[in-house]
Design a binder for this molecule. Structure first.
Ligand SMILES: [Zn+2]
Length: 317
């Protein structure tokens, strides 16, 4: 029999049955379901996120709204063996699951915001639709895990193993994927805006569109989300970047000759004297502020794009 969320919840936090307890004065309870409390003295008791509410003489802090609302938020489950566990929709926000064995676990739609899953083994786990905002997944094993539509905004996936994982339509905005293994991962329609993909391995990764190519760790193609992407020195000659979002991208020394930037947004993209531009660059920059790197002091300053003018800041002018 696979472990369920109910098992963990009741093993870690069994209901506080007061039928045999007369006096609980001054005690402190957290995240507990309280039963048979009618004849018990709760004077001065602190009840943090407990249920039910309105227990006479107690001090209630952030009371739970229902039996279901008494959760495992912040529970300490480090190194726990939860392989194959059925944790669909489990509320484990901020839980400590460091080094936990969760391979093949069913975590569909689980709430894992801010959870610590560093070094956890989640091979083949079903995390589709799970919320993992800001979760710590450093070095986690997510090989062949199903993360379809998962919310991984600002999650830390540094060095995580995501080989063959399904990240289609996943939200990876601002996620740290430094050095992550994304070989053969499915990234179709995933949002990688502002994600850090430095030194990530994307060999054989599946992308949205045949016209997309991978440069370094970035998807280059129409509609690519390349906000704040580091593309310094990139060879992007003839790249199809129509409607691409290049806001704040680092294009110092990049070669964009012949690239199609129709409808692309290059606001605050950083350019250096060595950046090579396509023909229609002025038209695009007509609506956008760019940033230039002074080639003398290396300072970056806001500027209008003017072709042929030297890259000097006010101090070096
Ligand atoms: Zn300067």
């Amino acid at each position: 029999m696979a472990i369920t969320y109910h098992d963990i919840k009741y093993k870690l936090q069994p209901p506080l049955d007061c039928s045999e307890i007369k006096d609980l004065r001054g005690q402190h309870f957290h995240n507990r379901l309280i039963t048979n409390y009618e004849n018990t003295d709760f004077a001065g008791c602190v009840l943090l996120h407990c249920y039910p509410n309105g227990i006479p003489n107690s001090i209630e802090v952030n009371p739970a709204q229902s039996e279901k609302d008494v959760t495992l938020k912040g529970a300490d489950l480090r190194e726990a063996n939860l392989s194959g566990a059925i944790l669909e929709g489990a509320i484990l926000e901020g839980a400590i699951l460091e080094g936990a064995k969760l391979y093949g676990a069913d975590l569909k739609g689980a709430k894992l915001e801010g959870a610590n899953l560093s070094g956890a083994d989640l091979e083949g786990a079903d995390l589709s639709g799970a919320t993992l905002q800001g979760a710590d997944l450093i070095g986690a094993i997510l090989e062949r895990a199903d993360l379809k539509g998962a919310d991984l905004t600002e999650a830390d996936l540094e060095g995580a193993d995501l080989e063959g994982a399904n990240l289609s339509i996943a939200d990876l905005i601002g996620a740290d994927l430094t050095g992550a293994n994304l070989q053969k991962a499915n990234l179709q329609n995933a949002n990688l805006g502002g994600a850090n993909l430095q030194k990530a391995n994307l060999q054989g990764a599946l992308v949205s569109d045949q016209s997309l190519t991978i440069y370094g760790a970035y998807y280059i193609g129409p509609n690519s989300n390349l906000q704040r992407a580091i593309l310094s020195g990139a060879d992007l000659q003839g790249a199809d970047l129509r409607e691409a979002d290049l806001q704040g991208a680092d294009l110092r020394e990049a070669d964009l000759e012949g690239a199609d930037l129709k409808g692309a947004n290059i606001s605050f993209a950083v350019l250096s004297r060595e950046t090579k531009y396509p023909k229609n660059f002025e038209e695009l920059t007509g609506f956008n502020k760019i940033r230039k790197m002074c080639h003398l002091c290396m300072d970056v300053y806001d500027a209008e794009f003017v072709r042929g003018i030297e890259f000097y800041c006010e101090d070096c002018d």
